[in-house]
Design a protein around this ligand. Sequence first.
Ligand SMILES: *Cc1c(COP(=O)(O)O)cnc(C)c1O
Length: 421
Amino acid sequence: MHFAALQSVDPEIARLVQQEEVRQDQCIRLIPSENYVSRAVMEATGTVLTNKYSEGYPGRRYYEGQQVIDQIETLAIQRAKALFGMEHVNVQPYSGSPANQAVYLALLKPGETVMGLSLPFGGHLTHGWKVNFSGMTYRAIQYEVDPVTHRVDLDRVRELALKERPKLIFTGGTAYPCLWDFGGFAQIAKEIGAVLVADIAHISGLVVGGAHPSPAGHVSIVTTTTHKTLRGPRGGMILSTAEHAQALDRAVFPGLQGGPHNHTTAGIAVALKEAAQVEFKTYAHQIVKNAKALANELLARGFRLISGGTENHLILIDTTVAAGERPSINGKPAAKALDRAGLECNYNTIPFDPRKPFDPSGVRIGTPSVTSRGMKEDEMKKIADWMHRALVHVGDEAQLARLRAEVIEVCEAFPPPGIRI
Ligand SMILES: *Cc1c(COP(=O)(O)O)cnc(C)c1O
């Protein structure tokens, strides 16, 4: 990209932005919550819309001069409604965590009970984890995954729900490689009169593209980020039935936030338009095909995968299991060695991890970014091979540098959206 003004005003920041651009171009980015936005999305976010204050909602603002902003926000809302099939949409949450916070504010009083998937088992901080506002302010009950299948066991969830009577139940996670049974959760929520929330932050692109079942029709509230598989700018959305519309809107503004980030709203509108094209369906399905292909290649190399594989975009690997010449290694040094080789991922706890979250037993990888740059099953095989070799040669800088060179060569052939296309 060209940053003529930035270059002249602040060459230091311009140089760093350019370095990050090169890094994102020349790395195999496997962090499942990340992606490459299109040039159109990036252009929309870098506009004069950042200059405008718009507290309130379209047609009901506290500042004048909303002739244009109202149209932009309305377009974003209409596109989201059509894509996700929900009655009401709020596109103002600054990100996924504030979106969830607004749901709590709208529906729970401090001390009331919420239930969600426990963080070390793949859940998100905002689903009741103890160091997060959700766990500090509310009575949080956490479900886990089955020790053998690593899937959420609905019988266990139901037992817990009947015993603890949560008012709010969250589905969704950040490190869960299986499909969510929204219908099954809906029955449990109905039985105890709880409100069911689907936090589809990770999978919203898959849902829209038809590569994961949709929560619409099963849940009253959906929250999502806009920057993961959905491939928009960093932001959040809350979608709901008409019943919760007013409470949720009030919780976002004035409950939690002031002015919405209009430049982000425009970027979200563009991303939603892109997500309505047939190419997006192909992309969403290819993400899952790639993840399955990568999982199979890893299994063939003796890797232990949580749940035995994947049904979505992400894979959780227990790196402590040795195989052949590949030694047992903890998640953190594994992630560092992979990064040296140009394969970017994050260390992660695995279910029933005997190790601490800051030095856990696994790494988490995913295929949204590599799919956005056009990689397919053949490249997944290469990635599995690189991962294996990097972990065989942990600490051998010469070998890791050789892998790094191979990675750069393959990256060269797959121009990432927003950077080279
Ligand atoms: C990423 C994520 C969030 C939070 O999103 P931020 O934009 O990082 O605040 C919330 N819930 C789930 C399930 C997520 O994966």
